[in-house]
Design a protein around this ligand. Structure first.
Ligand SMILES: [Zn+2]
Length: 85
């Protein structure tokens, strides 16, 4: 039997933009409406000016920020309303 593998969030990023609905938090299993945008960049995978984005609800903003922050990936955390302009 195989152990269910948890896809690494950085290898399997969730869809940042859910079509036709409110943006949903990127945290695994969370279905809350996202209110924060975390902009990040993995220098091993991305050119320096590239930005990947995760969405976060109020509850997961810190968790996701830390996850990216400890790896040195986190570039920016901005309110979703500001991100969308
Ligand atoms: Zn969440």
């Amino acid at each position: 039997m195989t152990t269910p593998q948890q896809p690494h969030p950085l290898l399997a990023p969730p869809g940042a933009d859910s079509p036709g609905g409110a943006p949903i938090c990127s945290a695994k299993g969370c279905r809350e409406t996202a209110v924060w945008v975390l902009a990040w960049n993995n220098p091993k995978l991305h050119t320096p000016d590239r930005r990947k984005t995760w969405l976060a609800c109020e509850e997961h903003r810190e968790h996701l920020s830390q996850f990216l922050g400890v790896r040195g990936f986190l570039k920016d955390v901005v309110p979703l309303s500001d991100w969308e302009g």
